[in-house]
Design a protein around this ligand. Structure first.
Ligand code: SF4
Length: 318
């Protein structure tokens, strides 16, 4: 079968081995970022519709996944903004209903999360990576060159709302464009916004390949590290090799479980409901945490409860 909507799998520096799903034609986006590696946005729009037939995307997924390939993630990304496709939620549901063994990731610019239907459609993903380069409309307009009516404050509010509704992992991505979003005032506003959004992690990067505009400069690594340190809970995007990136995500998952158990003792089923993870996966992290002496189990009438020990060692994955 010749695939039109699937690409890869590619070893991704964030995700490990990732099968890409591209739901919109090149280059359909709500933004026209000056650093975009896919080139200039030729269809700048906020109109959601079925850009490519959902049934054809599902037929390709069915064919590809029939051989049970070894993948870390199935990732919605590509040469445009995936949330513009009105059937994104239906494709996510198809994967989760039929292939629950695969994790699903969404790379998005986050601009359409102002629409409750978009937020609802992505709740079953395991990982959402929204980008946010600025919390100030002037820099947002200069870097991201949005479609009409997109407002940076509303997008930040929508990300805060999504964080409350969504139980999976959220990693915010910030791309630094020297001279625009790296001033002290810009970074202060961005830090405040990120603190309100409360992602699991912030990743800071800079252009490392040719972008749309030749004048866009690369930020030096030392400066990126300073910015990551200032923003807090942040690391550099290129800091990990692919295999380490997966470990980093695993580490975030075990931290989420440990943090939940710090608040109250839970059964596997409680954790499943709270964190949107599969029981087998939860058990794997519980075993890991138990082997490190971070949690303990106690049998009660409703089942086995797990609770964090009073002093818990760090949960970093090796
Ligand atoms: S949001 Fe992503 S795809 Fe759209 S223009 Fe920006 S970098 Fe390119």
């Amino acid at each position: 079968m010749k695939y039109r909507y699937l690409f890869g799998p590619v070893p991704s520096r964030r995700l490990g081995l990732s099968l890409g799903v591209d739901l919109v034609p090149h280059k359909t986006c709500t933004l026209d970022c000056i650093y975009c590696e896919c080139g200039e946005t030729t269809n700048l729009t906020v109109t959601r519709k079925e850009y490519v037939p959902v049934k054809d995307v599902i037929a390709e997924l069915e064919h590809y996944l029939a051989s049970k390939p070894d993948l870390d993630y199935i990732t919605f990304s590509g040469s445009g903004e995936p949330t513009l496709h009105s059937g994104l939620g239906a494709v996510i549901d198809y994967i989760k209903d039929n292939y629950p063994e695969y994790k699903v990731c969404l790379l998005t610019n986050g601009t359409l999360f102002t629409d409750p239907a978009v937020r609802k459609g992505v709740l079953r993903t395991d990982l959402i990576v929204p980008s946010l380069d600025s919390a100030c409309s002037d820099a947002f307009n200069r870097i991201n060159r949005p479609a009409k009516n997109l407002n940076c404050s509303e997008i930040i509010e929508a990300l805060i709302t999504l964080r409350h509704e969504y139980k999976g992992l959220m990693i915010m991505e910030v791309l630094i464009v020297p001279g625009i979003n790296d001033t002290p005032q810009e970074l202060k506003l961005l830090k405040e916004a990120l603190e309100k959004i409360e992602p699991d992690l912030v990743q800071v990067g800079t252009l490392d390949r040719p972008g749309t505009e030749e004048w866009v400069k690369t930020a030096p690594k030392e400066r990126l590290q300073e910015i990551a340190d200032y923003l807090g809970n942040a690391e550099l995007i290129g800091a990990f090799k692919p295999e380490h990136k997966v470990s980093s995500i695993k580490s975030l998952q075990s931290n989420r479980i440990l943090n939940t158990l710090r608040r109250r003792p839970c059964t596997v089923s409680d954790l499943q409901q709270a964190l949107n993870l599969r029981p087998a996966e939860i058990q794997k992290y519980l075993n890991l945490l138990q082997s490190r002496g971070a949690i303990e189990a106690e049998k009660r009438e409703r089942g086995t409860f797990f609770k964090a020990k009073a002093t818990t060692p760090p949960t970093e994955e090796n």
